[in-house]
Structure formats: structure tokens, C-alpha cells
Design a protein around this ligand. Structure first.
Ligand code: ZN
Length: 83
């Protein structure tokens, strides 16, 4: 993977509108596009704002989520799942 693709996908991961599946796949939230550094000491992850169907917001750490991504030439498929 080229350096360009890595930089692109890093930004795209946290874009608004990415699906976030709950651990059991029974709920699907969406990223809001808002992130902040994880406050846990020693963690280099990002807290990612997720809006759930019932209106709740949570801020899971990217280190506690699995990323599934397929980057094509003209489109990207990127989803998260809580671990
Ligand atoms: Zn963290």
C-alpha cells in the first residue's frame, strides 16, 4: 500500500457517516465526524463520536474497535465494529 493510500484511508476512517456495529451486531450507529484524543494514559487511539438509532451518543476508542475497509479506485467501504 502506498504512503498516499495510507494517509487517505486514515482520514477516511473517521469521516462522518461510517457505520459502527455493536459487539453483537444488533445495533448500527454512525460516526458523526467528531473525534478527540483518547484520554487513557498510554493509548494512542482516538475517541470517535458515534450516534445510535435511539439518539444516544457514545465515544468509543478506536483501539477498541475493529476496522473493515476496502478501498477501491473510486469508492471506499469502511465500517467499524466495537470489540
Ligand atoms: Zn484509547
Amino acid at each position: 500500500m502506498s504512503e498516499y493510500q495510507e494517509v487517505l484511508s486514515r482520514e477516511m476512517r473517521f469521516e462522518a457517516g461510517r457505520k459502527v456495529y455493536s459487539r453483537t451486531y444488533d445495533e448500527v450507529g454512525l460516526t458523526t465526524g467528531s473525534t478527540h484524543a483518547c484520554p487513557m494514559s498510554g493509548c494512542s487511539g482516538l475517541r470517535v463520536a458515534v450516534k445510535w438509532p435511539d439518539g444516544r451518543h457514545t465515544f468509543p476508542c478506536s483501539r477498541g474497535m475493529a476496522l473493515r475497509q476496502i478501498i477501491g479506485k473510486e469508492s471506499a467501504f469502511i465500517e467499524w465494529r466495537l470489540l
